[in-house]
Design a protein. Sequence first.
Length: 96
Amino acid sequence: MELLCHQQRRATSVLWPEDIDRRLNILVRAAAAAGERTSRAELLAALVAAVEVEPEQVAALLRHYRRLPADTLSGDETRNDLPAVRSPGPRRVAST
């Protein structure tokens, strides 16, 4: 049985508010705190897969998001209780 998470990949480009981007990083850190190794892409895929395809529920979700005050996620920046995670890819070598 092939798993959904192992299907062929497709790149996407997302433009969204900076606080949403920071929230995604916080969610990755929360997954790490629970013992999960993941990436931003895998977490986004899991969130998309979790939403039911019910038009009224999707519309309600959009309406809720569109009404959030700008400072809604401001508390995320102080989440020192979550572990830091290293972004994937090669590490930069410090020049001497």
